[in-house]
Design a protein around this ligand. Structure first.
Ligand code: PLP
Length: 483
């Protein structure tokens, strides 16, 4: 495998400046750029096209992706991204428009946004949506800013947000970004919100509760209607973290559970690609009481034409330049239309049955601390493997050698040595069976060949990186002596 980086290759490679001169008289950079801003040298790689293609193709082969490997990353829904979504997003009418074009010229795009909003309202029971946030976390921020403004206008003193200890880390982060104190409530022995503890901490200063349902243990909060009453009775609102709505699609709706504002990750539930904080969309839906607070603009329709509407009375303002990641919406819209009602329901069924299949097949090998029927994901605890010398981390790393992406590790925090597995609905039984076989095999290896597991992965160019050091003292500067 290619181990040099592209800068190191530069020296020995043939020169590649074979682009013909343009005939346009050239100005020297020093004629137009102040001296102090000019670089003395710019050591860019200078390689032939074939070398560049091979370099990047080799790098791409080092990658793990849903298109190449099983990717059971809990709480992340790494489901297959259907290729028809890509074809639709690449249609020129969508991909070649510009945000500064007049609204008359982009009626089709606006219609798609409008229609997609109607569909999501039907799926979730919410009244309206905004598609501006580009991630789940930004969706949470939008939702909590609306909640904050709602209480401010009502002149209620609200200081706290309640969050279960199984929650996704972005929930408390969002609450504190909005200036709230986070009150954590412990889960009960079954892994659900402890209602008695909840009653004790709820008072008039509670602004909201942020809930994931199913929660991050993969369990459905069965007493959600009681929770709703407890919070609403004190004038608080219910925030729904619907990053992974797949197990409930077509079965129930957040509105029926009493949620006032929700976010959905289109890049999880609705099959659009994930990307590091970039090309996602955290669609935020609101019930009637928060409709006036949505970010501007929303897309409305008048006399058969669609337009950006900025006249939202109490809007929290704009969250993103232009209108979010538009082509992500095209992909998610395609996904919804292609599945239809029946397909959505099938999606939910398959998400749940796949996770439960894995749970049942592996529960005698890896402890399942919350053994109830799960929804789309199952959390194992590798404590007995840890006692024999292999931690959840070692098992996760060993999976790489078998061509499987590690599951989410050490999350949720309430499960020791957690491995959180979300197979997703798009995997075949063969793939699930392969995963099950490999997990059993690794369990056996821990008994017979512990070092092999502890020293994994064996098949990658880099074994284990020091993640703490990489985060604490990142080396972001490329330096090379002699240049
Ligand atoms: C992924 C996820 C988020 C955050 O979404 P991002 O798009 O990564 O910001 C929030 N909550 C839950 C439950 C999630 O799974």
């Amino acid at each position: 495998m290619d181990k040099e980086n592209i800068f190191e290759k530069r020296e020995s490679a043939p020169k590649a400046d074979y682009v013909a001169a343009t005939g346009v008289p050239l100005k020297k950079p020093s004629d137009v750029i102040p001296q102090k801003l000019l670089r003395a040298q710019l050591p860019l790689p200078n390689l032939g096209e074939l070398d560049v293609v091979r370099h990047y193709s080799h790098l791409a082969q080092l990658n793990f992706s849903v298109d190449t490997h099983f990717y059971p990353l809990g709480s992340c829904t790494m489901k297959y991204n259907p290729k028809i979504n890509e074809s639709m997003a690449r249609l020129e009418g969508f991909s070649a428009i510009h945000p500064y074009q007049s609204q008359d010229a982009i009626q089709g795009a606006l219609e798609l946004i409008y229609d997609f909003e109607q569909l999501l309202c039907e799926v979730t029971g919410m009244k309206r949506f905004t598609f501006q946030p580009s991630s789940g976390a930004q969706g949470e921020l939008a939702g909590m800013l609306m909640i904050r403004k709602y209480h401010e206008i009502k002149k209620r003193k609200k200081t706290k947000v309640i969050i279960p200890d199984s929650a996704h880390g972005t929930n408390p982060a969002t609450a504190s970004m909005c200036g709230y104190q986070t009150i954590v409530i412990e889960s009960d022995s079954g892994g659900l919100v402890d209602i008695d503890k909840l009653k004790k901490v709820v008072d008039d200063e509670v602004a909201a509760i942020m809930l994931t349902n199913p929660n991050t243990l993969g369990l459905f909060e069965e007493r959600i209607l009681e929770i709703k009453d407890i919070i609403h009775n004190k004038g608080g609102l219910l925030y729904y973290d619907g990053a992974n709505l797949n197990p409930l699609l077509g079965i129930t709706k957040p509105s029926l559970m009493g949620f006032d504002v929700i976010h959905l990750n289109l890049h999880k539930t609705f099959s659009t690609p994930h990307g590091c904080g970039g090309p996602g969309a955290g669609a935020v839906g609101v019930g009637e009481i928060l409709e006036d607070f949505l970010p501007v603009p929303v897309v409305n329709k008048k006399n058969k034409s669609y337009y950006f509407d900025y006249a939202i009375k109490r809007s929290i303002g704009r969250l993103k330049s232009f209108y979010g990641n538009f082509t992500v919406l095209v992909r998610a819209y395609t996904y919804l239309l292609r599945l239809g009602k029946e397909g959505l329901l099938q999606t939910a069924h398959n998400a749940v049955i796949n996770a439960n299949y894995i749970k049942e097949k592996l529960k005698d090998y890896y402890e399942v601390p919350y053994p109830k029927t799960c929804m789309h994901e199952v959390v194992f605890s590798c404590t007995s493997q840890k006692e024999k010398g292999a931690a959840a981390l070692d098992i996760a790393k060993r999976l790489i050698d078998y061509g499987i992406h590690p599951p989410t590790m050490y999350f949720p925090l309430i499960v020791k040595e957690a491995l959180m597995v979300e197979p997703t609905e798009t995997e075949s039984k063969d793939t699930l069976d392969y995963f099950i076989k490999v997990m059993k095999e690794i369990d056996k290896e821990i008994d017979n060949d512990l070092e092999k597991v502890k020293d994994a992965p064996h098949t990658t160019p880099v074994k284990r990186v020091d993640e703490v050091k990489a985060a604490r003292s990142p080396n972001l500067k490329w330096e090379r002596t002699g240049v």
